[in-house]
Design a protein around this ligand. Structure first.
Ligand code: HEM
Length: 881
């Protein structure tokens, strides 16, 4: 045999062997491997066959689904994504399939979705598909890891609310052009048929051309026309690559067919070159302007170049910014990301509003109410609640990016799954948004009403942006991260005379204060404060008994008595034997708090911040009181320090424990200056009064009001107290057994959280949830709204029902930050156990001695004065038992 023929035969034999191996692999080894994998994930039984679907099956089902007609009321998921629809509806919220040899997991389980989307280092964008698609969209979309962080940081400023405001004229002009065209069609008729889709396409494309390139808008338009052509060619390229049996021949090398110089591919590359040229010329002109000092920051390109320039300056290295090529990619991406998405949302909105005329009318009424026939402005647009609800519902039913794809590069755990390296992950927003378990039985229906309760709202305090948040996940993010979200300070300087201490400390300073103060609030230490709670409460009860000497009932406003009780408790527990001096201090502090309140109420007029320094009579008195308070506290402290130095420490009151802990801290670090200074100890003592007195006093007042209204719960609570203690003095073990009382106090703190708003401030641009907030934004996390939210607490959210806490707090909240009467994260209330024990002791003793009901002179008026108080007191009728 000739050598040539031999080689041919050998080649042929090798091909046959390879082909047989591929077929065996496909028919035998691969399914075995897949079955083994599924078993390792706990998936058993007959579900294998379907779950191991493949690309061919997906394409076939998609074609079939698209050939079937559908009506407007049909569910869209079976048409849009038939394969996954079948998998997910048959096998649950996670399904596995293989794209050739590559495992693909489709996930529609909210907790896992969050895990995947939150962790962008582990779950990266899945790239490396069709190389032609890179001609079309790259930029930030296609970057990962630190590269992405840099791009995002530079691009962010372009999308700040403040910048977007300036793009309003571009939105308006583009929309006006579209409307003019529709009006032309209607010149001599009252109605006409229009396919609105291409018009909306032109509108969104125009908006991007104008907002991206400002004055170079005409060139921008040309760029986007070319990009549209490229997008169309890309879709054709996608549709043409599938041919049967391809996986047996050379599956991995199939990609190269995209490099084959077909006419289409050549044209795509030609367009790309032209687009880049055009963008590069616009950028070069801009850079020349910037270098000549003439910057324009009103369009996306201008802001992007400016931000990149600042970034370079910040890092003192030119290579840190975006290169011209990278800016080109970002500009191309603006078109892709910003045009199609908005166009789709608008078209589905028009279709749905045509179907639901009632919502169309509601939306129109709102728009006409806000703007009449005038040009819409930013303030008005921010007021359009119904329109926002409609958009949210449209995006829920027709999410524009219905599938988010991620890729893992190493073995990774998601939920209970252990996924191998190179697994493709598909997060399906369409299925998430249509899930009945999440959205209820009307999940597939258009009902914007479900978005009527906005959990995030924006407002401006003068020039300062303020965001109000009552969404548990965001509340947790904010409260957990106290380095980024700091206490908002720097308001009224007079308030520093009343509250400072740990409340006002930040960063490392706060860490130190908290470490030194913590031991004072250990449960073990608080136990020893029980006698102080008892004596103070006994005094209050004695006064009420006196009033009832020769009658069986009398009317009392219990509010001031409860206030005295809690301030007495603090005087005794903070200063122990120096209690009388402590009482004096707290009387002075009360006077100062009242004066501060008056100052708050009277100060508002333009330029007001300076008027707090004006030496008015009130301001002088406040400073005088402060000096007196400090002198008193300092004298107590000095006496204590002298005792400590003489070896006679008393660790039974807050001041003693604080000084002891401070001493140990300085010793540990072998440097006296590390501990708290006397001045700082003074501030902490002042703070105990403010933080610990009103909060517990309010809780008790609301508890008595609610138990007067809900006599059944008052009876249940009394029965429990009498069962545990009879008429004897409550002790710590017994107090810990009071389950009904705990449920009642939890419910009172839910309905009337004494601190109804937690305020934070960010000092630099920060991401919260999906929002990127600029530096200096004020954030308000609202326990009040979180606690009253029907979505979280059910239909009886506004009602008093302690039963909901019968299985504990975590059972109701399911680990969410939806119940935060004591705040959350590292800055959670330090006095939580102290306050709860004090309230339990007082309530137990009150229930042992009296029954109570609402008086006719009680007027229900909760109001927020630092804490949530009963504005006109708590007038009750007390009965002696
Ligand atoms: C029912 C009673 C109480 C409630 C509802 C309550 C509520 C709160 C809340 C919501 C915060 C967090 C504020 C924020 O994050 O901006 C807080 C912090 C604080 N509370 Fe309480 N509190 C109570 C009782 C007490 C008591 C009895 C004391 C002390 C004797 C106390 C001392 C403090 C201190 C020192 C802080 C600041 C902690 C820090 O920033 O690290 N609280 N409290």
């Amino acid at each position: 045999m000739e050598t040539k023929t031999m080689y041919c035969l050998l080649g042929l034999a090798a091909m046959v062997v390879f082909y047989v191996w591929r077929v065996c692999n496909y028919l035998w080894f691969e399914p075995k491997k897949k079955e083994k994998f599924l078993r390792s994930q706990g998936i058993k039984g007959s579900s294998y066959r379907f779950i191991i679907g493949d690309l061919k099956e997906i394409v076939k089902m998609t074609k079939e689904a698209k050939s079937k007609p559908m009506s407007l009321s049909n569910d869209i998921a079976p048409r849009v994504s038939p394969f996954f629809y079948k998998c997910l509806t048959t096998y649950g919220k996670i399904c596995f399939t293989w794209m050739g040899p590559k495992l693909m997991v489709c996930i529609t389980e909210p907790a896992m979705v969050r895990e995947i989307l939150n962790n962008h280092y582990q779950f990266q964008k899945s790239r490396g598909g069709n190389p032609l698609s890179k001609l079309f969209a790259k930029g930030i979309f296609d970057t990962e890891g630190d590269q992405w962080v840099k791009h995002r940081k530079i691009i962010n400023p372009a999308f700040h609310v403040e910048k977007i405001k300036h793009m309003m004229p571009a939105f308006y002009v583009s929309c006006r052009e579209m409307i003019d065209k529709w009006e032309e069609m209607l010149v001599n008729k009252s109605s006409c048929e229009v396919d609105v889709w291409p018009y909306l396409e032109t509108f969104t494309r125009d908006v991007i051309s104008r907002t991206a390139f400002g004055s170079s808008y005409e060139q921008g338009r040309k760029i986007f026309e070319l990009q549209t052509e490229n997008a169309k060619l890309l879709i054709k390229a996608f549709q043409s690559v599938y041919f049967p049996g391809y996986r047996f021949i050379c599956p991995k090398y199939m990609r190269f067919n995209r490099f084959v110089p077909t006419k289409r591919h050549k044209r795509m590359k030609e367009i790309d070159r032209e687009v880049r040229e055009l963008i590069r010329s616009i950028i070069n002109k801009r850079i020349a302007l910037i270098e000549a000092g003439e910057t324009s920051k009103n369009d996306l390109l201008g802001i992007l170049l400016d931000s990149s320039y600042k970034y370079v300056k910040e890092h003192e290295n030119k290579s840190y910014g975006l290169s011209i090529e990278e800016v080109v990619e970002e500009c191309k991406l603006f078109y892709f990301a910003g045009q199609e998405t908005t166009r789709n949302m608008l078209v589905w909105t028009m279709v749905l509003l045509s179907q639901h005329i009632d919502w169309q009318i509601r939306a129109r009424e709102e728009v006409l109410h806000v703007f009449g026939k005038n040009i819409p402005d930013i303030d008005g647009l921010n007021q359009l609640k119904t329109v926002s609800m409609i958009f949210n519902e449209v995006l829920r039913l027709y999410p524009t990016g219905s599938v988010l794809k991620r890729l893992i590069h190493k073995e990774t755990k998601v939920g209970n799954l252990n996924l191998p390296a190179n697994t493709l992950i598909q997060v399906d927003s369409l299925f998430l948004h249509h899930d009945r378990d999440i959205w209820g039985n009307d999940a597939k229906e258009f009902n914007p009403e479900r978005f009527s309760k906005g959990k995030i709202c924006f407002t401006w305090m003068g020039p300062k942006l303020m965001v109000c948040i009552s969404e548990p996940a965001m509340a947790r993010e904010i409260l957990n991260n106290y380095y980024q979200f700091q206490k908002s300070r720097g308001g009224n300087p007079l308030s520093k005379l009343v509250v400072k201490g740990i409340f006002d400390a930040e960063g490392d300073q706060w860490v130190k204060h908290r470490k030194i103060i913590n031991p004072a609030f250990h449960v073990e230490k608080i136990k020893h404060m029980l006698p102080a709670f008892y004596v103070s409460c006994r005094e209050m009860i004695d006064k009420w008994e006196e009033m009832l000497l020769d009658k069986s009932s009398c009317e009392v406003d219990v509010w001031p008595y409860l206030e005295t009780f809690t301030s007495d408790v603090i005087s005794r527990t903070a200063f122990g034997s120096s209690y009388e001096q402590g009482r004096k201090i707290f009387e002075l502090q009360t006077e100062n708090a009242k004066l501060l309140m008056k100052a708050f109420q009277s100060v508002y007029f333009p330029g007001y911040r300076f008027n707090r320094f004006v030496p008015t009579k009130r301001h002088k008195r406040m400073k005088e009181i402060d000096r007196e308070v400090r002198a008193l506290i300092r004298s107590i402290i000095n006496k204590r320090v002298a005792l400590i130095e003489a070896g006679e420490t008393s660790n039974d009151d807050l001041l003693g424990i604080l000084l002891d802990s401070n001493y140990k801290y300085s010793k540990e670090l072998e440097n006296k200056s590390y501990g708290l200074s006397i001045e700082e100890v003074v501030e902490e003592c002042k703070l105990f009064y403010f933080a610990g007195q009103e909060t517990t006093g309010n809780t008790l007042a609301w508890t008595m009001v609610l138990l007067s209204q809900h006599i059944d719960w008052q009876t249940r609570a009394r029965e429990e107290v009498l069962h545990v203690f009879g008429k004897s003095k409550p002790d710590i073990d017994g107090l810990n057994q009071l389950k009904t009382i705990s449920m009642i106090l939890n419910e009172v703190l839910r309905l009337y959280p004494p601190v109804s708003v937690l305020r934070r401030l960010i000092h630099k641009e920060t991401k919260v949830g999906n929002f990127t907030l600029p530096a200096n934004t004020l954030i308000q996390v609202s326990p009040l709204f979180l606690h009253h939210d029907r979505d979280i607490w059910g239909d009886d959210a506004k009602e008093f029902n302690p039963e909901r806490f019968s299985k504990g707090i975590s059972h109701v909240t399911k680990g969410q930050a939806s119940y935060i009467p004591f705040g959350g994260g590292p800055r959670i209330c330090i006095g939580q156990n102290f306050g709860m024990l004090e309230a339990k002791m007082a309530l137990a003793m009150i229930l042992q001695n009296f029954s109570f009901e609402l008086s006719s002179s009680y007027s229900h008026a909760p109001h927020d004065m630092f804490t949530l108080q009963p504005q006109f007191g708590a007038h009750l009728i007390l009965h002696k038992l």
